[in-house]
Ligand binder design. Structure first.
Ligand code: CA
Length: 337
């Protein structure tokens, strides 16, 4: 089913060489009656080969991916490319400009809006543009995330599970080729509204990342991300390899469903007991939530629901009921290439 979009661009997806410019999605707020949100895009194409889509800025407070894609846009010469790279380093422009996870325009989390709606709010229009006009052009899709302001995450490359076993192995092979110190299978509890879930539905080889977080730029994660994006492009045959294929991690991890997440049951300030990468056991104390203005009331203790390593950790101290305080990853037992 084709859905009519109002997105438009002067860039030509069929042209060779390097093109830079914008996709415009009309947006009509109080101070700009016939304006548009300009989404930066670059197309670098040469000869025959696969089309790889690089997306960053899905969440506006995650920076390693957008920096990496911006560098590739400036540094890559079309002569180095065999195929086509479509670069969208700041896809959710309003959120990127605000440095926020969700769009300040409509309050939506872009990564919970796929397949989007070309007649919807601005975030829904952006995800519909990606879903309807960009994914059908691609053979592979990389969505470069970090943990955002509220989480710190061990830098890792992410396998989005695919229902078809061959597709799943193709995704896993590309993610392993990234060369991140950790590889984690994450299905977001079956969430279908993410861009990587949309990419899998469209049949593309799909690679995700979680590059640290805390709303800052991690130098370690940025180095991993820079190397990893080029490693995947080499794995897909779009760039020449710059050295031997990276070593794969000894174990691949996964988040073992709801028990992998530790949520706060109450308002207060969370004291986490372990640093990222610590080995933890199911039933072990994860931390406690202090009631600072009710010091006569003891803190609430939180427990891990699964054993493994501490993979993600809440960054702000303040918590409300339901806030994610800790995430555990455990060995993945499924099929791998
Ligand atoms: Ca994210």
């Amino acid at each position: 089913m084709s859905r009519k979009s109002t997105a438009h661009t002067k860039l030509d997806f069929g042209k060779s060489g390097k093109q830079t410019g914008f996709v415009y999605i009309p947006q009509s707020p109080h101070n700009d009656a016939w304006g548009a949100v300009p989404i930066p895009m670059a197309i670098i194409a040469n000869g025959d080969g696969p089309t790889v889509i690089l997306q960053g800025g899905n969440h506006g407070d995650e920076y390693e991916g957008p920096i990496t894609i911006g560098e590739l846009i400036r540094d890559l010469d079309p002569g180095e490319v065999q195929g086509r790279i479509i670069c969208l380093p700041a896809i959710n422009v309003p959120a990127v400009n605000a440095g926020r996870r969700v769009s300040p325009v409509d309050g939506l989390n872009m990564n919970r809006t796929f397949p989007g709606d070309p007649a919807g709010t601005i975030t829904q229009q952006i995800s519909a543009f990606v879903n309807d006009q960009i994914l059908p052009l691609g053979d592979a899709f990389l969505d470069l995330h970090s943990g955002g302001s509220s989480l710190d995450i061990l830098p890792s490359a992410i396998i989005e599970p695919a229902p078809d076993p061959e597709h799943h192995r193709r995704n896993a092979a590309a993610v392993l080729a990234f060369g991140a110190p950790l590889v984690v299978v994450i299905d977001n509890l079956g969430e279908a509204r993410t861009s990587t879930a949309a990419s899998v539905r469209a049949g593309l080889t799909t690679v995700g990342t979680e590059m640290a977080g805390r709303g800052t730029v991690s130098l370690d994660a940025l180095a991993i991300c820079r190397r990893g994006a080029r490693n995947v492009l080499a794995h897909l045959g779009v760039l020449e390899p710059q050295g031997p294929a990276p070593e794969r991690p000894e174990t691949v991890l996964t988040i073992p469903g709801p028990p992998g997440y530790v949520y706060s049951p109450t308002d207060g300030v969370f004291e986490g007991f372990h640093s990222l990468g610590s080995e933890v056991r199911a039933g072990q104390e994860a931390g406690r939530v202090h009631h600072l203005t009710d010091p006569f009331h003891p803190p609430e203790t939180l427990y891990y629901g699964a054993g493994g390593i501490l993979y993600g950790r809440r960054q702000p101290g303040r918590v409300e009921p339901g806030n994610c305080c800790a995430v555990v990853a455990a060995p993945y037992e499924g099929d791998l290439p």
